[in-house]
Ligand binder design. Structure first.
Ligand SMILES: [Zn+2]
Length: 81
């Protein structure tokens, strides 16, 4: 199995976040920073140990001059589980 990759599909006004290992999953974001944050949360909860989106989010936050938001646990992302 290949390593899951988080991908940002950008349009002029938004970003769709996808994961190469999870064709059933996608997320919406307004910009790259938010897209990498959402991807980081997916990665942390579904593919623990992978750091591609976490690294990209940390770099995007640094470029934006903000403190990275803490990861959201899966229990809060999927409250019915
Ligand atoms: Zn995935």
């Amino acid at each position: 199995m290949t390593t899951p990759r988080i991908r940002l599909d950008r349009t002029q006004i938004s970003v769709v976040v996808t994961c190469s290992a999870c064709p059933h999953w996608a997320a919406f974001a307004w910009d790259d920073l938010d897209g990498w944050r959402v991807g980081r949360d997916h990665e942390a909860n579904v593919h623990p140990g992978n750091r591609q989106a976490a690294t990209a989010y940390a770099k995007a936050a640094e470029r934006a001059g903000i403190t990275p938001a803490p990861a959201i646990p899966a229990a809060r992302l999927n409250p019915r589980q």
